[in-house]
Design a protein. Structure first.
Length: 140
């Protein structure tokens, strides 16, 4: 919920400014990956305006707090749908209907850390996305 996101913003020492609230509201409502231009377009339809730089900055902050994420495949932004999950937030993307499912798995992260360690690499973050078919599309 937007209210929860605003609470997290404030708890991390960020003010709940109008642009931040607007972007959070739109990400929450639209429920699909949006580019900064898409966000601007939705705002315009509602008679509101934010410039691109502002939208990018807001998205940067939201992503740094895990309140939103940038999709690897489309580059679009979505709001985070997980509460306090352990492990990096990742997505499964249905290539048929576009459905997105966010997940996090601590053990998957640990497995990847071990894998990297074999190369003498210290991993801190993991980014990955699964492309395929959601359960509904797969059944058809
Ligand atoms: Zn998330
Ligand atoms: Zn991870
Ligand atoms: Zn699907």
């Amino acid at each position: 919920m937007v209210q929860d996101s605003i609470r997290i913003l404030q708890a991390q020492g960020h003010k709940a400014t109008r642009p931040r609230k607007l972007v959070l509201e739109i990400l929450e409502e639209m429920d699909r990956p949006l580019s900064p231009y898409d966000i601007q377009g939705v705002l315009r339809q509602r008679g509101k305006y934010l410039n691109h730089v502002t939208i990018y900055r807001v998205l940067d902050i939201l992503c740094s707090l895990n309140l939103a994420h940038k999709m690897l495949s489309s580059g679009g932004f979505v709001r985070c749908s997980l509460d306090m999950a352990e492990g990096c937030h990742r997505f499964m993307v249905c290539q048929h209907c576009g459905a997105i499912r966010e997940f996090a798995d601590k053990e998957l992260c640990q497995g990847e850390n071990e894998f990297a360690r074999n190369f003498g690499f210290h991993a801190e973050h993991h980014h990955s996305e699964l492309a395929g078919l959601c359960s509904r599309c797969y059944r058809k």
